[in-house]
Design a protein around this ligand. Structure first.
Ligand code: FMN
Length: 260
């Protein structure tokens, strides 16, 4: 495979306190294996009749939420997703934004909002997560290039199969109702498939809120979403926010089962 997939730790221009330093991408996977081995004697002890293991607290499920947002809509959804996850037992949540790729003068012409005070995501840290949530606005019916840039920096993880089997969840934002709520997430599944990640769709778990046609709203069985409106002035509605809370709960449930 050589380096066709950018198997270099410096392939990403995303300086951050979180940026990987020297550890290889495979390290967490190796550590996981080592953990599994380390638990074995304790399990044997339990089988032998001691309850030494019974009091050991359950390992928390580590979920990363990784998002990009130009005007704040996806950020709002990401925060809502995070709050819903934090309300659950046995889950620890980390919120990251991906690096901007557009020049400042272009962002200014686009009237982009200020960047939220959220640490930058480091693609090489993904193996540390038990499950990953990705949120991004649409660009012409597909994932924005900033998030694609993030995925493009995961070539080394792909080569190592470091994300194989990790559950993933998606959400999005579009300006209009027919602007790509479904296509943006459908096409993002390609990224997950190549990594062997397990896509967990939202389905219709959000119930009645998904069926109403009285008001315009984002979201689909592919994942929650909001509509920003043509000028970006519309804010996520309560129906959309509730759908993302439901998605957070059902995703955590599925991820726990997969991690068990
Ligand atoms: C270059 C570009 C392309 C876009 N393409 C679409 C599109 O295909 N469909 C759509 O509904 N909105 C489109 N939008 C609107 C964005 O999706 C919208 O601004 C975004 O969902 C708001 O989310 P944010 O506040 O998190 O950035 C586009 C915006 C830009 C800048």
């Amino acid at each position: 495979m050589g380096n066709v997939c950018g198997g270099q730790t410096n392939a990403v221009d995303a300086p951050s306190a979180l940026k990987a330093t020297t550890e290889p991408a495979t390290e967490p996977a190796v550590a996981k294996t080592a953990d599994a081995t380390a638990v074995k004697p304790a399990e044997e002890k339990k089988e032998a009749g001691t309850d030494a293991v019974a009091s050991k607290p359950a390992k928390k499920l580590k979920i990363f939420i990784i998002f990009y947002s130009t005007y704040g809509h996806v950020y709002k959804l990401a925060e809502t997703y995070k709050t819903a996850l934090e309300a659950l037992d046995d889950v620890e949540v980390y919120l990251y934004q991906v690096a901007e790729t557009l020049p400042a003068e272009v962002l200014e012409k686009m009237h982009a909002g200020p960047k939220p005070d959220v640490p930058l995501a480091d693609p090489l840290k993904l193996p540390e997560a038990d499950a990953v949530v990705f949120g991004f606005p649409t660009r012409f019916g597909m994932m924005c290039s900033q998030m694609k840039n993030f995925f493009d920096a995961t070539g080394m993880l792909w080569q190592n199969g470091a994300l194989h089997g990790k559950p993933a969840s998606l959400f999005t934002s579009t300006a209009s109702q027919g602007g790509g709520q479904e296509t943006t997430l459908m096409t993002a599944v390609t990224q997950l498939a190549h990594h062997g990640m397990i896509y967990v769709p939202a389905g219709y778990a959000a119930g009645q809120g998904m069926f109403g046609v009285q008001e315009a709203k984002g979201g689909s069985p592919w994942g929650a979403g909001t509509l920003a409106g043509p000028d970006g002035s519309r804010q996520p509605s309560e129906i959309e926010l509730e759908a993302i809370r439901v998605q957070a709960r059902t995703f955590a449930q599925a991820a726990k089962k997969l991690a068990a």
